[in-house]
Write a protein that binds this ligand. Sequence first.
Ligand SMILES: Cc1cc2nc3c(=O)[nH]c(=O)nc-3n(C[C@H](O)[C@H](O)[C@H](O)COP(=O)(O)O)c2cc1C
Length: 193
Amino acid sequence: MLRTAVCENLGIEVPIMQAAIWPATSPELVAAVCEAGGLGSIGSVFESAESVGGQMARVRELTDRPFAINHVVPLLDEEAFEATLEAKPAVVSLALGDPGDLVDRVHDTGAKVIHQVHTVEQARRVAGLGVDAIIAQGSEAGGHGARRGRHGAHPPGRRRSGPHTRLGRGRCGRRPGARSGTGAGRPRGERRY
Ligand SMILES: Cc1cc2nc3c(=O)[nH]c(=O)nc-3n(C[C@H](O)[C@H](O)[C@H](O)COP(=O)(O)O)c2cc1C
């Protein structure tokens, strides 16, 4: 079975994280991904504190494995975030924007922090804040990404931003100029994520 550094880091069996696609991330889906060895994640954006607490409790009824709860930083609901911290999930994933002191607030509960970035500069910034893993999201991400391909963020981010494990998000486009059918378009080192 494929096992990489991110498995050790997040306490999962296989290096697969279910994307937080709100509002499609039911507790049943999240728990099923966890039971299969990956990291399920609850999409909490636009959810109330009560809903967030209820969804985490339901996931815990279905699995005792680690799961993530996702918050979208520019749309952060402070009450829902507080409810997240109180529930002490294994992982909090953050998306878009600068997480600032949210990283320390999550770490204070003992949870790991994953942050999603789109540029090398963002990767450096969140690495400096001490996140545990970085998601490099591409522009292909269902319209929910930045205007650049994932291959533009991954390899430099891996080399330059520090010893953090990384996850890829979004359909992986070919490197510009890569010939079809040769496999040459795969981002260098992708198998490590
Ligand atoms: C309808 C929709 C809702 C999404 N909601 C969230 C969200 O709440 N939080 C988040 O971090 N990403 C969200 N995303 C981004 C996805 O988690 C993911 O990064 C993106 O879809 C790339 O994966 P894919 O190409 O396999 O779909 C959403 C994407 C879609 C299409």
